[in-house]
Design a protein around this ligand. Sequence first.
Ligand code: NAD
Ligand code: IPM
Ligand code: MN
Length: 365
Amino acid sequence: PKHYNITLLPGDGIGPEVVSVAKNVLSLVGSRHGIEFGFQEMPVGGAALDLVGVPLPDETLSVAKQSDAILLGAIGGYKWDKNEKHLKPETGLLQLRAGLGVFANLRPATVLPQLVDSSTLKKEVAEGVDLMVVRELTGGIYFGQPRGFSTTEKGEEIGFNTEVYATYEIDRIARVAFETARKRCGKLCSVDKANVLEASMLWRKRVTLMASDYPDVELTHMYVDNAAMQLIRDPKQFDTIVTNNIFGDILSDEASMLTGSIGMLPSACLGESGPGLFEPIHGSAPDIAGQDKANPLATVLSVAMLLRYGLQEEYAAITIESAVLDTLNNGFRTGDIFSSGKKLVGCKEIGEEVMKSVIKLFRNR
Ligand code: NAD
Ligand code: IPM
Ligand code: MN
């Protein structure tokens, strides 16, 4: 059979709980599709800090780079919140993204008919939403220099960061976004703050230039404050959104609530070459960690993206997505997507239901 090596980075909080479920689903789906997976688990984030004193050990990065795809749970937690910046779990995640060169982060938000009632928006607003946020992931204010802490002449403390984009960074993410929009509904909305920020002015100029290569894609521009409002007012106006690192972070969490819960949203982080990194968009959820309450479906759906975008195993990806839909059709819900009349289950149990659905899908063939 085909063989792939997968690096597992469970991380912190609910990370290990959701990765364990997703790994089991991946193994099972592989076995049904004639694909064998080798798994190597490595420490990252707070787990790595506790073990070896850094949030991204060299060995974790080198194992990840040599594998075929990487699955990350989540990092971070109260315990490490007061650490110096270079010793924060979050720094490890940023180093991982930079080290892998995964500049393009695809964050789809789809309102499933089964979960319309879990959205906090009115049914007619949420129903049918299907959008893709293309977030730039290795540049902008997250990485811009200069940055740091300093003091003014008067001795007052200051903290400062730099929002910076070079043309090559804008061009390569814009390319991914136009290609993505072309394969979807052909509508691309570029979100920026070009009325105020120079980095956004260049962003808008370069995206506009690239539009001539894509006459079949309808390009619009929107300021980020308006975009935040429009996402709630009328989310169905959006198909593909392309935006910078920090706006993409914020807008994708916002978009997650259209779908019912942040516990449902997967993502793919892709570069020009090398393995992709796949992770739910949510964090380590310290408030529910260790209680078997986490929704693992964002991570299970991230595994579907791993199969589709990381390994070009489209059929296996579809199997996972169908199994998730079947599990929801059968009424199983974790707390975050629970609504009356449904069956409230924990992280492990909903994972087992997804596996049963996989088996059922194959029995019915
Ligand atoms: P969070 O996403 O961890 O949690 C926000 C809220 O959503 C919490 O109430 C949580 O219980 C809930 N939630 C999140 N995922 C869920 C799931 N799968 N099922 C059910 N409920 C879920 O965001 P936060 O609280 O702002 O951050 C907590 C920690 O996670 C911080 O240390 C932060 O830096 C880190 N973080 C990491 C990542 C990542 O690893 N990619 C992403 C975001 C935040
Ligand atoms: C995410 C997270 C990260 C980000 C943090 C934890 C560094 O919020 O993956 O969305 O801001 O990118
Ligand atoms: Mn985020």
